[in-house]
Design a protein around this ligand. Structure first.
Ligand code: ARG
Length: 258
């Protein structure tokens, strides 16, 4: 627009003041129309603001591990109904929740399956953005990651072969107990009973009970129900060992995902 063109740029002068001064040279009848232009920030100011905003977003919100536009979720997918595989697809409650988070934040969800004892480390190291894996909130884990609000009340239960002499928690002392490595069942048995036999996932711990390789397995209640539903020679003891809640883990300070 010729009327506001800056013919002789004066370095160091605030562009707003410069514009106001130039408006004085514009014929009166045009001034009213041009008045709003005086309040428009200069292009270079907008560029700086943009750069500052980007920097602020990166610093305050934590750069997403995956490129922008993606949420990389990590999980261990042998944990029905929370996560399980159907061929190459990972289905379940956790992927469903994260799909909705991705939809609401306008990003694409990418899911990676890994061992359960690596999911929190993956978030801490920045490899992943969120661990959604039926994760129980514990004080130790809280020190490493931030947790979403809890979405399930859960418990550890004991699975035994039907008719086993093990009827309650005291009976497993001195027996061979299978757990999932790094899971809260592992933590509970190690702290309160004895060294358990650790398996890469709960399904293998339950398979070991069915095969008579261990006397009992201690795993989460909901997957336990699903596993036992598929094997009529196993049963779950009625009294739960713990009371826990599941939440989704994100990097500390990642308020956008939280
Ligand atoms: N809730 C237990 C824990 O946090 C076990 C979770 C196992 N999750 C899984 N997807 N395999 O330790």
């Amino acid at each position: 627009f010729p009327a506001v063109r800056q013919d002789k740029p004066e370095p160091g002068r605030n562009s707003f003041l410069l514009r106001c001064r130039q408006v004085n040279h514009i014929p009166r009848r045009f001034r009213l129309h041009l008045f709003p232009l005086a309040f428009m920030p200069s292009i270079s100011f907008l560029n700086h603001l943009g750069a500052l905003l980007t920097l602020w977003l990166l610093l305050c919100c934590g750069a997403p591990a995956a490129e922008n536009g993606r949420i990389l979720m990590v999980t261990e997918a042998t944990f029905p109904p929370y996560e399980f595989r159907d061929g190459n697809t990972i289905l379940g409650i956790d992927p469903e929740i994260m799909r909705e988070v991705a939809r609401r934040t306008g990003r694409e969800l990418v899911i990676e399956d890994m061992s359960f004892d690596s999911v929190i480390t993956a978030v801490v190291s920045g490899k992943a953005d969120a661990a959604a894996s039926g994760i129980t909130v514990t004080p130790e884990r809280r020190r490493k990651v931030d947790f979403s609000i809890p979405y399930v009340e859960a418990a550890q239960v004991i699975i035994v072969p039907k008719g086993s002499p093990i009827r309650k928690r005291e009976d497993i002392r001195g027996k061979r107990i299978g757990v999932q490595h790094g899971a809260t069942g592992d933590i509970y048995v190690t702290r309160n009973i004895q060294q358990p036999e650790r398996f890469p996932n709960g399904a293998l711990a339950v398979a070991a009970v069915a095969a008579g390789k261990v006397d009992a397995a201690v795993i989460d209640q909901d997957p336990a129900k699903m596993y036992v539903a598929g094997n009529e020679r196993l049963e779950i003891l009625p009294e739960p060992l713990t009371s826990e809640s599941y939440a989704i883990a994100v990097r500390k300070g990642d308020t956008v995902l939280l």
